[in-house]
Design a binder for this molecule. Sequence first.
Ligand code: HEM
Length: 272
Amino acid sequence: MRHDREQKSIAAYRCGFISYMPARLDFIQSATGLILALFITLHLIFEASILISKDAMLAVTKFFEGYYFFGETYPGIISFLAASIFFIFILHAMTAVRKFPSTYRQYRIFISHNNNFKHSDTSLWLYQVITGSIMFFLGSVHLYMMMSQPSQIGPYASADRIYSEWMWPLYLILLISVILHAFIGLYRVTLKWGLFSLFSKNTGNSKQDKKNKVLMKKWMFIGIIVYLTISLLSLGTYMLIGYQHADKVGERYHSQPQTQPAAPVAEEPSAK
Ligand code: HEM
């Protein structure tokens, strides 16, 4: 029976009735989404090094500029990294946008479905459409800046850009959008491809699947709250540093030399 069905679908594919393209595009969308979500969760943690100290943020910047590997900084590495992420970002957006409502009529139909069903996973998809559209514009500005000015990163350079160059409204909207998008995306991808079976042996049993879904939703909310808290604190810290440094915009931060304990002063032997 199953063999018959497979034969029929292979024949239909050969005759050009079935295209595997939508499935391939779906796979590319999920795979690029996973890479970007992983990137962003690490990126926001590295950015949060400013919460430890300016020196910690400088050390992270130098690390990505290759200082600890080559003994010199190469900001070109950051440009290369930003260009690679930009490529994945565009691929993800292109494969996702084909599912967006493309006319006002389609949009109305989707909204009325959403309102009638009151199904939380359908509403989550709407959030993905909204946050994805915001990220496409704001994320592109940020990535282009990182690609074209890779040497302008550091405790003062970043803080000046955020505060004195008025980038903070863009970062504020971008960080809320990106965190919602990443964690909702991770939840949806786990459901869509049945990735939960990697961690739980009991999948396939509908009661257990429901429990797993509730558990995953809980993790999604925890992730959103933890990351929003860390990232808002980091943005606030950059703003405070930028505010304190506003009269010296352009000056770069250099790590503070460790203060050496004062050398004991040799005493001249007193003449007895
Ligand atoms: C390799 C690519 C990237 C590099 C090198 C990079 C670098 C940076 C740097 C240095 C900052 C600190 C602010 C500044 O200096 O302007 C920052 C902040 C930020 N970036 Fe990126 N970024 C990259 C990709 C992305 C992507 C793809 C997104 C999301 C679409 C993103 C979202 C953010 C957000 C939301 C902040 C503010 C974080 C906060 O204040 O807590 N970044 N990024």
